[in-house]
Design a binder for this molecule. Sequence first.
Ligand SMILES: Cc1cc2nc3c(=O)[nH]c(=O)nc-3n(C[C@H](O)[C@H](O)[C@H](O)COP(=O)(O)OP(=O)(O)OC[C@H]3O[C@@H](n4cnc5c(N)ncnc54)[C@H](O)[C@@H]3O)c2cc1C
Ligand code: FES
Length: 479
Amino acid sequence: MAAQTSYPTFSGSGGADVAIIGAGIVGLTAAYLLAQAGLSVVVLEARRVGRQVTGRSTAKITSQHALIYRHLIDTRGIDQAQYYAEANRRGATQTLSWIDQLGIACELQRKDAYAYTCDPGQREDIKAETEAARRVGFDAQFLDRAPLPFHTAAAMRFPDQAQFNPAQYLIGLSLAVEAAGGRIFEDTRVTAVDTGDRWRVTAGKGTLDVRHVVIATNLPIAGPVEYDGRTQPRCHIAMAFRTAADVVDGMFIGIDEPTHSIRMGRDSEGPLLVALGPRFNTGQNGDVAKRFRDLETWVHSHLPTGDAMWHWVNEDYETADRVPFAGAPSDEAPGVYIATGFNGWGISNGTATGILIADQIRGRPNPWAKLYDPRRPAPEDFVQGGESQSEVSRIEDIPPGEGGIITQGEEKIAVWKDEHGKPHRLSASCTHKGCVVTWNNADCTWDCPCHGSVFQADGTVVHGPAIGPLRPVTGPAKP
Ligand SMILES: Cc1cc2nc3c(=O)[nH]c(=O)nc-3n(C[C@H](O)[C@H](O)[C@H](O)COP(=O)(O)OP(=O)(O)OC[C@H]3O[C@@H](n4cnc5c(N)ncnc54)[C@H](O)[C@@H]3O)c2cc1C
Ligand code: FES
């Protein structure tokens, strides 16, 4: 477990060259580069540094993103595929060199990265991907099988990639931001970005006037630009199993459905095998706990592991063309920058887009601007909003420790019962745009099926784009 940060909460008023909203990998990368360049930088983090999507990822630092390079060559041409390769290579090497230069203790390990299939019918896809990856400059190798203790039909290896503890890395990077003159505030949720002579950023009772705003909140919060119609929120479940020793050597991503991702990790008790299950649309699954049971069964039947020690859910946003959106999204909002839609590969892409945004703010040319251009067209039917999966007829149908949605007159009420069976009632309307939330019975959260906001059982925001908690419902329960 990484050390905690304890930066103050922002209050009062002030000014800076740049406000960075969000202390994840994108925000802190941009913050460090801009502070080093001599700009005054303020980072505003709603929760704690590095604890959200970045901190909960499997943290493979790699340019090997399953099957991507053939797709990019076919859909965006060889030049943009080259830029994607270059940006991700640079993102990875930048991370590794900061770990080295700044002496960040983050359990860095060099590992090969493998994409594998168990289906002989997919061998040709792996072969074609290997060739595509070699065309854009990687030392990719085709293998008849992956070095895994179960049968595979083919694999592709990218040698000498890496894995690390992302929360520890971001804590180290936050110290570097401070040392370079940047200021960081935690427990500081930004609730508005308004235009004026400059941009006015509101967080609690504090306001900050700035020339540039970087909205690095994984999905941009509602503000001068909206991105929720262009990216699909997707969750993965992750589990860590006790093992006697390292049972795999490398980082593995399956290309088959249902897909699995595998690597080793550690906690204070010793080695752990970390496995990820298949993705699903956030808030559109009514029994996330079953996904954990399925993943546990799969792991125990494929890998020599002991008990499940940890489990968690994480989400990221996908784009239709599988390339993130990053940069300046609109002429109507000069000085505003966003980065989103990392498709589950935001360690290298997140660092690359942080570099891109820092270059753009400094007026420096960057060859990846077109690749990540947030103004490029996106299909209108890509985002599949959904309905709540947790509707029940009566409050009595909700067991202790669980949540459900009941209808009261015109209103949908989110009811969570604590372990003593006492009901706690909240409005079920997501405070972003009003969709009715779904109970996540694994993480005990309310998840929005529209744009991926996540709220704790008590309504507190865990993940935006929502900026406010689910509203409490007062008064007696109505039939
Ligand atoms: C299960 C899973 C596994 C993954 N594994 C990998 C992997 O192995 N390799 C890889 O390359 N990528 C991986 N990814 C993807 C990668 O983790 C993400 O794309 C990346 O971490 C996103 O970084 P971020 O900075 O956008 O988000 P975050 O790290 O979530 O940072 C955003 C920050 O903004 C803050 N924030 C939000 N709203 C506000 C507000 N209103 N005011 C102030 N602050 C706010 C949040 O609290 C948060 O700290 C994985 C993703 C998932 C879901
Ligand atoms: S996240 Fe947009 S309506 Fe809930």
